[in-house]
Ligand binder design. Structure first.
Ligand code: C5P
Length: 299
């Protein structure tokens, strides 16, 4: 008996970052959009907790208890007086350390898969609570679709999306550490007054209408200058996608994956082809949004 679930990646169409808080985190206005690049997590009863991973980036995925999938199984088991004796297999397609919430996705996926396997019947509220303990982006990976995250990004309000958005993603040659990007944000912000992060009404309206031109005009990422400061070559990738006709180009979350919004699948094919031959990135993928959150696909 095993359970397999599917979980999407995310792009942040707005990432407004406030000043560092006393606990080191930053208050955010974080508009998440789930995109159709997926990991699959399969959970099977075992003698002891163990994690394996397959896929092109598998070698970069930690297989110890720091993996959010393992931590999710432990957290759910602890709350229900169970032993987390499962084999978690991650079929990884979301870029690792890419700013697309791949690790968070595996945490949310493992949580739902273990809940189904063990029949714990945890409520949505309990699952979201455990997700928030695991990391700021984990609740959104569970929910999918589109949502505004405030606080650390973990307090979610679901958003309406009025159409399908087409995206191209360029994966970089190396990863970026999220804490390092936030530290660079703090360094660049020294001596500068940082306003309270607020969601853009025009951006929420563009999402609700499903209007790619209006969305392109309103996307923003306050972490982008920090990501570019640590990884200046990303500017070349952004320029290559813009030159090929992307409506807008931005760093996804803390990066280094770059995201290109395009009008339709045809435009996406052109931007993807241009990026592939540009020599400015490792891999290029196209995907549509919004995508549903964690979904049980077998078991
Ligand atoms: O919540 P999570 O563990 O995914 O966050 C990873 C790191 O990103 C944190 O340790 C912190 O350095 C940074 N972070 C932050 N403010 C947030 C979310 C994350 O500073 N709202």
């Amino acid at each position: 008996m095993s359970v397999t679930v599917r979980v999407p990646a995310k792009v942040n169409v707005q990432l407004a970052v406030g000043a560092a808080r006393p606990d080191g985190f930053h208050d955010l206005a974080n508009v998440f959009l789930a995109v159709g690049l997926h990991d699959e997590v399969t959970v099977t009863p075992a003698d002891a907790l163990r994690v394996t991973c397959s896929g092109p980036d598998a070698a970069q995925v930690p297989l110890d208890r720091t993996n959010l999938a393992a931590r999710a199984a432990e957290a759910l088991a602890a709350r229900h007086g169970l032993s987390p004796d499962v084999h978690l297999h991650i079929a990884k397609d979301i870029p690792v350390a890419g700013g697309m919430a791949g690790g968070s996705a595996d945490g949310a996926a493992a949580l739902l898969a273990c809940d189904a396997l063990w029949g714990t019947g945890a409520s949505r509220a309990e699952l979201l609570d455990i997700c928030a303990e695991l990391g700021s982006d984990v609740p959104f990976s569970l929910v999918g679709g589109a949502a505004l995250g405030v606080g650390r990004g973990e307090r979610l309000t679901e958003l309406q999306v009025g159409g399908t958005f087409h995206w191209v993603f360029a994966m970089a040659e190396r990863g970026l550490s999220t804490p390092a990007v936030f530290r660079e944000f703090d360094r660049l912000a020294e001596g500068v007054g940082i306003p309270e992060p607020v969601a853009s009404a025009d951006l929420l309206d563009a999402l609700a209408k499903g209007d790619p031109d209006a969305l392109a005009a309103t996307v923003s990422n306050d972490l982008q200058p920090a990501a570019l400061s640590l990884f200046p070559e990303l500017a070349d990738t952004l320029a290559a996608g813009r030159a090929a006709g992307a409506l807008t180009a931005l760093v996804s979350g803390s990066g280094p994956t770059t995201a290109f919004l395009v009008r339709d699948a045809e435009a996406g094919g052109k931007v993807a082809a241009a990026l592939r031959t540009s020599g400015t990135c490792r891999t290029v993928r196209t995907a549509q949004a919004p995508a549903p959150g964690v979904t049980v696909i077998s078991g």
